[in-house]
Design a protein around this ligand. Structure first.
Ligand code: C2E
Ligand code: MG
Ligand code: MG
Ligand code: MG
Length: 279
């Protein structure tokens, strides 16, 4: 909206701004095509329990771009959020994840695996989100007990009453909820207590320097203690070394996810025994 003359006009025609707008518009229309042409795919990353070995995976979306190759969700998810495309894309992700669960359910070796699916704010707040989850479960026949939704703190606290209502409905079906990137937001303890969560996920920023940064170690310890007192599970993400894994275990976190156990990849790659699992 060029406001006639003056400094706004200057900014409007700034070639760098113009280039950014063009790139973003291209990304948006590219994503619309990608959704239609089946260019999105899910990768899976193992989740490991110290006592039980591999207990499930997290689904991470990828865009197989015809020219650019594999595009990172860090690049396109924010654009999908802003444009509203996250709603159809999120529906595709959820459906694909449920089909994967159904496939795992057919093999006794994998039937107990859970699948964690990231849900973004705009997708979660959509008026039809709960019905959509119900519909996908019904249509695919996936076991809701095996499905875990990963939400973030900012999403949850945006409208706490609405959040609790949606979570409670879905939880009654057997779904689980994990609080992703935990520690990076602003959760107050009183809200946390009210939310029907199952698990806290220690953000990878606290795991990275766990062995050298005493602050990160005490944050991780605090999250574990918090999870215990709220009767929640706890999992750490971004675990890359045996030393990080062992340190987390000594702090009371016995569930892990990270490159140590395997990079995100096609579902077929999960069948190989994960490295680094034996303590
Ligand atoms: P997230 O949900 O916190 O996912 C963890 C990210 O850490 C993933 O990046 C994963 O590949 C990466 N990671 C896993 N292990 C390690 C490790 O040991 N070291 C390091 N340095 N990184 C590790 P990715 O796949 O690029 O996804 C980035 C973010 O994009 C996700 O963060 C999530 O917020 C979003 N995202 C990914 N897939 C989906 C999706 O299907 N739906 C939605 N709404 N968001 C998604
Ligand atoms: Mg996640
Ligand atoms: Mg995370
Ligand atoms: Mg993240």
């Amino acid at each position: 909206q060029a406001k006639g003359a003056g400094r706004n006009t200057m900014r409007f025609f700034d070639p760098r701004t113009q280039a950014a707008v063009t790139a973003r518009t291209a990304l948006e229309s590219g994503m619309r095509e990608a959704l239609r042409d089946g260019q999105f795919l899910l990768h899976y990353q193992a989740q490991i329990s110290q006592a039980r070995g591999m207990v499930g995976a997290e689904a991470l979306v990828r865009w197989q771009h015809p020219q650019r190759g594999l595009v990172s969700p860090a690049e396109f998810i924010p654009v999908a959020e802003a444009s509203g495309l996250i709603v159809p894309l999120g529906a595709w992700i959820l459906r694909t994840a449920c089909l994967q669960l159904v496939e795992w359910a057919q093999d006794p070796a994998t039937a107990h695996w859970t699948l964690a699916v990231n849900v973004s704010a705009r997708q979660f707040r959509h008026p039809h989100f709960v019905d959509e989850v119900l519909g996908v479960l019904e249509e695919t026949g996936a076991n809701p007990q095996r499905l875990k939704l990963e939400l973030t703190e900012t999403l949850l606290l945006d409208d706490v009453e609405d959040t609790i209502e949606r979570m409670t409905t879905l939880r009654a079906l057997g779904l689980g909820f994990s609080l992703d990137d935990f520690g990076t937001g602003y959760s107050s303890l009183s809200y946390l207590k009210r939310l029907p969560l199952d698990q806290l996920k220690i953000d990878q920023s606290f795991v990275r320097d766990l062995l050298t940064d005493a602050n990160d170690a005490s944050i991780a310890r605090t999250i574990v203690t918090l999870a215990q007192s709220l009767d929640l599970g706890v999992i750490a993400e971004g675990v890359e070394t045996c030393e990080q894994r062992d340190m987390l275990a000594s702090l009371g976190c016995h569930m892990w996810q990270g490159y140590l156990f395997g990079r995100p990849g096609p579902a077929s790659a999960l069948r190989e025994a994960p490295a680094g699992a034996v303590v």
